[in-house]
Structures are given as C-alpha cells and as structure tokens.
Design a protein around this ligand. Structure first.
Ligand code: CP
Length: 337
C-alpha cells in the first residue's frame, strides 16, 4: 500500500486503484471544510511554497486555497525570471534551499520532467502542478473525482464508461495523466478525437490498449460524441513553435449547444480542465452551453480544492486527524447555505 506521508507526487504512475480510492475518499471528506460548514486547522503553522514557472489560475490558486483551508500558510513565487534560476542556479540547488523554508512544495514548470529533477534536491514532499507536456497528476485525480461524482446520479462508476477525449491530445498533459489513470479501471471505452498531427502519444494509447480498453482514434467529431463524458481540451499554443502553427488547428472541434443536442446522449457530461479558449477562432465550448446542467467544468475546477486538500493531508500525515481539529465557522458566508 502506498504510504503517501513524506512522498513526492510527481506522476500518476505512482498510484494503483487502492491509492486512488483513498485519495478520492479523503477528498470527499474535505467537502464540509471547502463549503465553509466547518473549519479544520489541522495544518496550522505549516508552510506551502507554491513555485509556478508557467501561467496558471486554477492549479496555483486552488493549491493555495486548499492549504489555507487546512490552516497553513502559503508563499507564492511566480515566474522563473523572479528567481535566481534566471542567474543560472540549478533546480537541485533551488530545491535544497526552498525545501528548507517549507513543509511541502507545489511546482509547475514548462520543461518535461523538471519537477522530478527539482524533487531530487528537496527534503520535503514536492507535488507536480504540471511539467511541460508531460503530466498533471493532481488534475487527473480531480478529473476522476469529477467523473465519479457526475456519474453517481446515473448509478455509474468509472468502470464501463465511454469517455471521449477531444482537442490537442498530443500536448495536453491533463489527457495524458487522465488516460494513464483510466487504464487502471475496467472496460473503459475511450474515443480520441484530434487533428491527425495532434494525436495522443503512442505510449498513452498503448497503456489503455494493453489494459484491455477499447480505443477509437479519429479526426471526426460528428458521430463520435454519443458517450458518457466528453473531455474537451485547448490547443496548447505554448507548446507550438509559433502562434501561426497553433492557429492551423484552432476551432476544429468547437462544441456548442446545437452540436451537443445533435450528437450527444441526453445525459452526456461535458468536462474541460480549463482554461477554455473562448476566442471566436477557437470557441472550444460555446458559452451557449453555460445553462446546461451537464456542463461540469466549474464543478470540476471546484473539485480541485478538495483533491489538493486530500493530497496535503496525506503527504503531511494528518488524514486521520481532521475531526479533532474542527472548529465552527464564525463569519457570514453564502457558501454553507
Ligand atoms: N487546469 C489547469 O491546470 O488550469 P490552470 O492552467 O489555470 O492552472
């Protein structure tokens, strides 16, 4: 059994189904704290250093919010140019120093495997918040949590689902990590819709096929959306040589309400790791979908707080001490209605 306490979280390859079930169960236990029904100051006095060397809204802020909700302090460093990495300091040396100031570190970096390199110099757990086009393990965990909670009203679990991944599957680290996690489940059918040049890497497809899952690879949206979950993604412009090259693929798979009604099942749930590119030339998920109950994208982003709270509790070894650190909420909040 994975011990978690003191462990780095670098890749979804670290997890088996038992470890995932544990993370998702503890994430659910975090709901009353995130909904401000109670406080839980189990990490009072602990320090998270958030090191984000690539733009982020959800991951950085939800890591910080999750840590604050458990009573800890958060220090933020944004942009490599604001650190001594820009003076030639190595990731190893930076990790030696920053880990001396921290109890846990969350890090995003544009280069593949750089978070792992950093972790080798760290004396405290390092959590990967995205390393280039490689992986985004905490996103994949919150995606699984979302799939589980969105499918629960239909009496479906993750086994036996039909999930469609769509968009830039070559560069999208969230779909790489999610696919690897799905390969641990049973009888999942995965449809992968992308331009031919942006298909899912072979090693990710093999992980699914070798686990016995049906994988359909196509560049056609029409006729391929009658599934349980659509997981739409953005063209990852930052991974292309130029904007002009990214523009070649933008807007190929825009989903709007008309297409949803025409091609999807009545209950198909729409997910997206966000940000969605809402510029007219991309329009990945049209804003006319916003009033659709099955659009789960903002519930999905909210679930990031729960899953990151669970990972902090597990890596810092306090997951069994939540209840004894509970306190009442003393201020007005609209959240706990
Ligand atoms: N989903 C995600 O990683 O979003 P951010 O880039 O805003 O963190």
């Amino acid at each position: 059994m994975m011990k978690f306490q003191g462990d780095h979280i670098l890749s979804v390859s670290q997890f088996d189904r038992e470890a995932i079930s544990r993370i998702l169960a503890i994430s659910a236990q975090m709901t009353p704290y995130a909904m401000r029904q109670k406080r839980c100051l189990v990490l009072e006095g602990a320090i998270l250093n958030n090191l984000f060397f690539e733009p982020s809204t959800r991951t950085r802020v939800s890591f910080g919010t999750a840590f604050n909700l458990l009573g800890g302090f958060v220090r933020e460093t944004v942009g490599q140019e604001n650190t001594s990495l820009s003076k030639g300091e190595s990731l190893f040396d930076t990790a030696q120093v920053i880990s001396g100031y921290s109890d846990v570190i969350a890090m995003r970096h544009p280069k593949m495997h750089s978070v792992e390199e950093f972790s080798k110099g760290s004396s405290v757990p390092v959590i990967n918040g995205g390393d280039g086009a490689n992986e985004h393990p905490t996103q994949a965990l919150l995606d699984l949590f979302t799939i589980q909670s969105e499918m629960s009203p239909f009496n479906k679990g993750i086994d036996n689902l039909h999930i469609t991944l769509m968009g830039d599957l070559k560069h999208g680290r969230t779909v790489h990590s999610l696919s690897k996690l799905l390969s641990l489940y049973n009888n999942v059918k995965i449809t992968m819709i992308s331009p031919k040049a942006l298909q899912m890497p072979d090693n990710v497809v093999s992980a699914l096929s070798n686990a016995g899952h049906e994988v359909i690879i196509t560049d056609e949206m029409a006729g391929n959306l009658a599934c349980d979950i659509i997981y739409q993604t953005r063209i990852q412009q930052e991974r292309f040589a130029s904007k002009d090259e990214a523009d070649l693929y933008r807007g190929h798979f825009s989903l709007n309400k008309e297409a949803y009604k025409q091609y999807c099942k009545e209950y198909t749930v729409i997910m997206h790791p966000l940000p969605r590119d809402s510029r007219p030339e991309a329009n990945e998920l049209d804003t006319d979908l916003n009033d659709l109950d099955n659009l789960a994208i903002f519930r999905q982003a909210q679930n990031g707080v729960l899953v990151r709270m669970a990972l902090f509790a597990l890596t810092l070894g306090v997951e069994d001490k939540l209840q004894q650190h509970e306190k009442p909420i003393t201020w007005h909040t609209n959240k706990n209605k």
